[in-house]
Ligand binder design. Structure first.
Ligand SMILES: [Zn+2]
Ligand SMILES: [Zn+2]
Length: 434
């Protein structure tokens, strides 16, 4: 990778982050100033002083930015990263919903993985064997559209471990709409891609473990391991939709996925340390930005989703220690309208999410920063030994297709093998040599 271009890309992202950070330090921010969070854990200062600067030394300044991979998590700390914060609308600036939750005990969980989220998740440069638990709130494209890519690009990106997926089903509703059926069909859809790679690369991480839970149960424990408990409550979003509550080490995280504010949420998420709830456009905004009809605008913002005023109200009722509004297009012209609508009904701490916004949550409070990701990522080394499928299972391209190889290429390919073996000291035979 060209180092200069990486550095300039990081600088550009840094400037975007700086511009955001400046605009973010206003009365509407949920930011809490204080020595909490990972700056301390990473051995850095919360804010650089004149003494930190020299003509040749590095400056440690974690005041505004989070640089993935550079900060240790404290054993009692939770870090949440928005890998998708936008609307269903596919666009460059915001992927569809996806939140990575990392805990001080080493556990990592992904909540929803909407379209565009995989590249953001992977840009954080975390070995994929550590990020193999995905929880899906409902089977909308903007909440699981990137699951196939995240799953099927495991082998090429260093994942050796199986992928575990949790999702809703049951509750007396159509079984063919549940997570199990959905994942069976996903495997079938990508049968060709899975099958043709067997024996070419280590494909063990295609193994998929699916847990379908009854979405209609209230405060239902769907995960309980290593001190982490994850519960679901029903969401009002058609059917077979849930919100999640994660509890660990005395910290409580609530994530709505999609829902109209409901009694289960207000009963079970009160006082959460971090409460991430959808905050959709207000009805009039759909007329201008989405060209919806008035009826379509009202349907979308009040009966299927939570408009910004409704978000404010549900936060005023549940009084989380720190609120996060997501699932709206966060642009210079839309944000003031969203902030005004939220402030009609809520005056507490709230962040208006963008992709790569990061929250460090401890019992002392939540610290919000923007993450600066590397846009030019490559796979990390696998955490274990790679294993190839045996000769018997190995996929082979039909002979007549390989017979179509242009004969003048044979010496070129032979030279590639010879040079490779010489450079690396290997003795890999050219299978095309007659
Ligand atoms: Zn949805
Ligand atoms: Zn959605």
């Amino acid at each position: 990778m060209n180092r200069i271009s990486t550095i300039s890309a990081l600088l550009v992202l840094g400037l975007i982050g700086a511009a955001y950070g400046i605009g973010h330090r206003d009365g509407s921010s949920g930011r809490e100033i204080g020595p909490i969070g990972t700056a301390e854990a990473a051995g850095g200062a919360a804010s650089a002083t004149a003494a930190d600067f020299s003509r040749t030394g590095a400056v440690v300044n974690n005041d505004l930015f989070y640089y993935p991979g550079t900060e240790a998590l404290r054993p009692d700390e939770m870090r949440v990263t928005a890998c998708g914060s936008g609307m269903p609308l596919p666009r460059l600036s915001q992927a569809a919903p996806c939140f990575l939750v990392e805990l001080g005990n080493g556990d990592k969980f992904v909540f929803d993985i909407g379209t565009g989220a995989t590249e953001r998740l992977m840009s954080l440069q975390i070995p994929l064997d550590y990020v193999n638990k995905v929880f899906i709130g409902h089977v909308h494209m903007d909440h699981m559209g990137d699951l196939p890519a995240f799953w099927i690009y495991g082998p090429q990106n260093g994942r050796l471990a199986p992928l575990h997926v949790w999702g809703p089903g049951g509750g007396g509703t159509r079984p063919d709409w549940g997570m199990k059926a959905s994942m069976e069909h996903m495997k079938k859809m990508w049968a060709w891609m899975q099958g043709t790679l067997v024996g070419t690369i280590d494909t063990r991480s295609f193994e998929l473990h699916v847990t379908e839970f009854d979405w209609s149960k209230v405060n239902n424990v769907i995960y309980d391991e290593n001190g982490v408990v994850i519960r679901t409550i029903p969401a009002i979003h058609f059917e077979q939709s849930v919100s999640f509550i994660l509890e660990w080490n005395g910290l409580k995280l609530a994530y709505s996925s999609d829902t109209v504010p409901n009694k289960w949420w207000t009963e079970h998420t009160k006082g959460a340390d971090l409460s991430i709830h959808e905050c959709f456009f207000t009805a009039p905004m759909f007329l201008d930005w989405y060209r919806f009809t008035p009826q379509e605008a009202l349907n979308a913002s009040t009966l299927i989703h939570t408009s910004a005023q409704m978000f404010g109200k549900v936060m005023a009722i549940t009084k989380p220690k720190h609120a996060v509004a997501y699932h709206f297009s966060n642009d210079p012209d839309t944000l003031p309208l969203i902030v005004d609508a939220v402030r009609e009904t809520y005056s507490g701490p709230v962040d208006f999410a963008k992709d790569f916004m990061v929250w460090n949550v401890t019992k002392e409070g939540t610290r919000t920063r923007m993450g600066v990701a590397n846009p030019n990522r490559y796979p990390l080394p696998p955490l274990g030994e790679k294993q190839m499928a045996g000769e018997a299972e190995r996929y082979r391209t039909p002979d007549w297709v390989m017979g179509g190889l242009e004969p003048q290429l044979l010496p070129v390919i032979q030279k590639i093998y010879d040079d490779f073996n010489e450079q690396l000291g290997t003795e890999i035979p050219n299978p095309l040599a007659k």
